[in-house]
Design a protein around this ligand. Sequence first.
Ligand code: ADE
Ligand code: ZN
Length: 325
Amino acid sequence: AALDAFVAGLPKAELHLHIEGSLEPELMFALAQRNHIALPFADVEAVRAAYDFSNLQDFLDIYYQGANVLQTEEDFYDLAMAYFRRAAADNVRHAEIFFDPQTHTDRGIPYSVVIDGLWRAAQDAQALNLSVSLIHSFLRHLSEDAAFDSLAMAEPYLDRLVGVGLDSSEVGHPPSKFAGVFAKARDMGLMLCCHAGEEGPPEYVYEALDILEIDRIDHGNRSLEDPLLVARIIDEGLTLTVCPLSNHKLCVVPDLDMHPIPAMLKQGLKATINSDDPAYFGGYVNDNFLALTRRGLISKKDCVTLALNSVDGAFLDPDRRDALR
Ligand code: ADE
Ligand code: ZN
């Protein structure tokens, strides 16, 4: 309990959170009812029982299905506000959240509906002592042309976005597939993030650095297989947004006792702890810290380092950063 209070007391930033992955089964049912959508589950317990994944794709199939209940601006507002309240309760003071526009626009929901709902919630989060930035994420199992179309939809809303990301099925969809659209996003003034080395090989992390020239690495676990790559990431000062409970639920690590966060810190990588898709993986950011502290994998001092890394790795202006340190 003393450990819980210590972790809870640390001000922190959450840098790797998919807002669609914060859809709790209770809200899924409430939105399904509000929008007259039939769910293939009898009740909330049946939904939770289905969250048993053997890899990333298993999870993605059920995650994209869950997102179908999101229809109106109010739905996106309610989804985001529920996460912001939960994050604020964990003493998250700044959140940079991914959203997957193509998951919604491809089923006929206008980009404006998605971003207006998320943006209004982001404004209201200020009353929770929480600042929020939005990251438009491309689905890598779709084509680069589709990503260009999605970026074009974002153009009227550039002032509401801090960056772009790349998520969904990693293996078979290397970063190089998106070289052109990432170059364009950089020219538009956006920061660049990329999921790399979650299931994909170290080569994909190299591509994210060399070809996409990213500003932050999401996951990056498999970088540890290549000492030269680790040295390069440290040299470039890049932050890794690591997600322990996600890694366990998606079998990226066989056991939480073998989680690479301690090795990352030991080698001098700027690792951070994040929740990824908390409604699907069984815990928010403090739960992710506690999963490692309770196993004796990281110390209180490590927790302080990880929390400071999250503030340092955020895409914040210097004044806001100083206020959070
Ligand atoms: N979309 C949501 N969560 C993801 C993850 N952990 N990896 C890839 N794509 C995702
Ligand atoms: Zn992710």
